[in-house]
Design a protein. Structure first.
Length: 263
């Protein structure tokens, strides 16, 4: 349904759109691997192609730097991209990290605290995290267990948000200032969730609502652009230049109501 709407309303716009560098772009990656699972997996070869394109056309800044600009000096955001990863897959260390170092790009990885060293080799180990934290990679919280926060009681939400921060700060011996909502659509967190994030003294929070972040962006509901397995290079470039911002309609209350009715 989303694709049909986007194709019908946006095809001509996509083809004539030029690069839009006025808003902050935050990219969401998950797994960087040749094993195409989950759906958000990007191969190392494609990931490097994307990084090479970014290097030529944008400037990559850290999430912390971006939040500072959003608060005080939005004009410095122009042409900037932030790179983030959700869940903390071990291939972020084996496949993404060497390429990020090659291009000298900072990135933020959002960790599920219970997954560290508790899921075999699927997720990052503490030693891998500690190596990366000293080499231009920052870490944020993605809760304790990756449960959808909007479905939990307030007490459970506080535990997921606060305890994950405490655990990560203890393990990494470093302040954790950023948070990412699990799944991250507007249906997966609410205003109460955002208030709890603020109360727990995070500096910002990332959603997976689609789009760029403008001058009045809510730093506790930052939009991101997800990079998926099915994105060819043409689609990747169009996501970056704003031609596919029409996809942000799927995060509106109207669409969420339609989704509940029909799906």
């Amino acid at each position: 349904m989303v694709c049909i709407f986007a194709t019908y309303t946006g095809y001509q716009y996509i083809n004539r759109s030029k690069t839009n560098k006025k808003g902050l772009i935050i990219l969401t990656y998950h797994s960087i691997s040749n094993e195409i699972e989950p759906d958000e997996t990007v191969t190392p070869e494609e990931f490097e192609r994307q990084l090479h394109y970014i290097k030529k056309n944008y400037k990559v800044i850290s999430l912390e730097e971006a939040v500072g600009y959003l608060k005080t000096d939005f004009e410095k955001i122009s042409g900037s991209i932030v790179i983030t990863f959700d869940d903390g897959y071990s291939d972020n260390y084996h496949n993404a990290y060497p390429l990020l170092k090659k291009y000298n790009f900072p990135a933020t990885i959002f960790l599920v605290s219970d997954f560290i060293e508790n899921n075999g080799n699927k997720y990052l180990s503490l030693s891998q995290v500690n190596e990366m934290k000293n080499n231009n990679i920052s870490f944020g919280s993605h809760t304790i267990s990756h449960r959808i926060l909007a479905r939990l009681t307030n007490e459970e939400v506080v535990k997921e948000i606060k305890d994950s921060k405490d655990v990560l700060e203890s393990k990494l011996s470093k302040k954790i200032s950023s948070f990412a909502y699990p799944i991250g659509t507007r249906a997966d967190f609410n205003d109460e969730t955002m208030e709890i994030v603020k109360t727990c003294k995070y500096a910002c929070a990332c959603s997976n609502m689609y789009g760029m972040n403008g001058k009045n962006a809510d730093i506790f509901a930052l939009k991101r652009i997800g990079i998926e397995t099915t994105d060819n290079f043409f689609i990747f470039k169009k996501k970056l230049n704003g031609a596919l911002n029409i996809l942000s309609f799927k995060d509106t209350k109207f669409f969420q109501k339609l989704k509940r009715i029909f799906f």
